[in-house]
Design a binder for this molecule. Structure first.
Ligand code: TRP
Length: 336
């Protein structure tokens, strides 16, 4: 059997939180070590132009996200780890794909339609007010990310399902016109990816402002854990683990014996204050070695830069000859 090629893009906006760690980073780090798979992880920094126009934020977030993945133990010798903007063949392929992408397909993109709807809700006479082409073309750039490395498996969240369908559609049109050149990828939508609840009990998410950033300092970590919502049961009263955010977060980090022990203590009526202290101590110790590495990398960004350049160099061994083949196929060739 041929080796599967997995590819995942990481957006460089915001600071990673423990929900991102449990749901995305930790499983990706584990599979980066899997020699039987071909793994690509990259910072989708050009994609951030669709979302922000603040250069400092884009720059800072790129460093934070890359340092986080490295500090969490990504195996960059086995997996490819690079920055989208270091692979000029990706924007080149994006333009080529523009030639086979129906405008109508992009009109149907959820993220674009949501902005049009927002304009309509505000009573704007221009449905496209404030919408940049980077947002409109976002799915084409994403398709290029994937097709550039012949990925056949793309692990994504539910929200990316439509983008994956668009990628397949674009690749199929290309192949129909120019021959069997692009690999048609499959989305791998993992329904049982762990999601964590946040401070207020809703899903942990930047947009709810209820997150615990993965590498906050210990004082802030303590403060945040103490803010986690509980019910009003008194110390000594037996408590359900089901629906308890404290338990849920603990379980996402601890081993089976430790979880069993905490379950017993819930049944015995552990006080919420004590459980909070226990969770805080546990997280603190568990995250500490990674946080130390993270801080070391932030203090010396040249190490991160070097890793990314190494990744780009390896990735371009694939993208440079492949884009030559693609250009040839579409008729962009030497004249003599
Ligand atoms: N659009 C993805 C997100 O918002 C990020 C992304 C960019 C991506 N390019 C990709 C994901 C390629 C998978 C494959 O999360």
């Amino acid at each position: 059997m041929t080796q599967e090629t997995y590819l995942t893009g990481i957006t460089t906006t915001g600071t990673p939180h423990i929900g991102n760690y449990v749901g995305a980073i930790r499983p990706a780090v584990a599979s980066s070590k899997d020699q039987s798979r071909n793994n690509f992880y990259f910072l989708a920094d050009y994609h951030s132009l669709a979302k922000t126009e603040e250069p400092d934020r884009i720059h800072r977030s790129g460093l934070e996200v890359a340092a986080t993945w490295l500090a969490c133990g990504l195996d960059t010798d086995n997996a490819y780890f690079y920055r989208q903007s270091d692979i000029p063949e990706i924007p080149e392929l994006t333009w080529i794909l523009n030639g086979v992408t129906a405008k109508g397909l992009m009109n149907r993109a959820h993220s674009y339609k949501a902005q049009v709807q927002a304009n309509d809700d505000r009573g704007s006479s221009d449905p496209d007010k404030g919408i940049v082409m980077a947002l409109y073309n976002y799915p084409i750039l994403m398709a290029a990310d994937i097709l550039m490395f012949k990925a056949n498996k793309v692990p994504v969240g539910r929200d990316q399902k439509q983008h994956m369908e668009m990628t397949r559609d674009i690749a199929q049109r290309f192949n129909h016109r120019y021959g069997d050149i692009l690999v048609i990828p499959d989305a791998e939508i993992n329904e049982n990816t762990a999601t964590l609840s946040g401070l207020d009990g809703r899903k942990m998410s930047k947009s709810y402002d209820n997150t615990i950033p993965l590498f906050v300092d210990e004082k802030k970590l303590r403060k945040l854990v103490m803010k986690i919502k509980t019910n009003s049961l008194e110390p000594g009263e037996p408590k359900e683990t089901e629906g308890s955010t404290l338990y849920e977060i603990f379980r996402a980090f601890a081993n089976d014996d430790e979880v069993k022990d905490v379950e017993r203590r819930y049944a015995e009526g552990i006080a919420w204050g004590e459980m909070k202290q226990l969770l805080f101590e546990y997280l603190k110790e568990h995250i500490k070695p990674m946080r130390e590495e993270y801080n070391r990398l932030l203090d010396d960004p040249a190490i991160v830069e070097e890793e990314l350049l190494k990744g780009a160099e390896r990735a371009r061994e694939i993208s440079v000859p492949y884009i030559a083949e693609i250009r040839h196929a579409i008729g962009i060739r030497q004249l003599g």
